[in-house]
Design a protein around this ligand. Structure first.
Ligand code: DQA
Length: 146
């Protein structure tokens, strides 16, 4: 795939989990949307979700080895996982693109969400636009690849 769209813990529960914050659409809906946004941009995308830090790190390694660009919603890992940051740093150091995305705007929420350990190694971050954060991230990657 040109772009791996990787999602961290609890995002498989979209639609049921805090719909006031994350909306009422499901993870399956997100997958469908990301696939069609990518194909509209002329890109192939693969969308995945895991609750497991080791699995997420393995997927990031896979993206590095394949030279794929990555849209990453690290979910709660955003705020504390140096292991995810170190893995993700290989994407941008290797000359590929990494867009950190969030459905909600973490800066408008609890204090512990105000820091991202991933943001400093990302190409850029898009947060607060609901599922559209992913659309904007995919279109940013398409523009960068031109
Ligand atoms: C999130 C924001 C994080 O703070 C939170 O832990 C999530 C989802 C978002 O997409 O808004 O699980 O990454």
């Amino acid at each position: 795939a040109d772009v791996l769209v990787l999602n961290g813990p609890n995002l498989g529960r979209l639609g049921v989990r805090e719909p006031d914050v994350y909306g009422s659409l499901s993870f399956a809906d997100l997958v469908e949307r990301c696939e069609s946004w990518a194909s509209e941009a002329g890109l192939s995308a693969q969308v995945r979700q895991t609750d497991n830090e080791a699995e997420m790190i393995a997927w990031i390694h896979e993206a590095v080895d394949a030279g794929s660009d990555v849209v990453l919603n690290p979910a709660a890992f955003t705020h504390f996982s140096y292991a995810i940051r170190d893995a993700a740093a290989m994407i941008t150091k290797g000359g590929h693109h990494l867009v950190e995305v969030h459905i909600s705007n973490p800066y408008a929420r609890e204090e512990f969400r105000h820091n991202s350990v991933v943001g400093g190694i990302a190409t850029g971050t898009i947060a607060g636009f609901g599922f559209d954060s992913y659309r904007l991230a995919i279109s940013a990657i398409a523009a960068l690849r031109k």
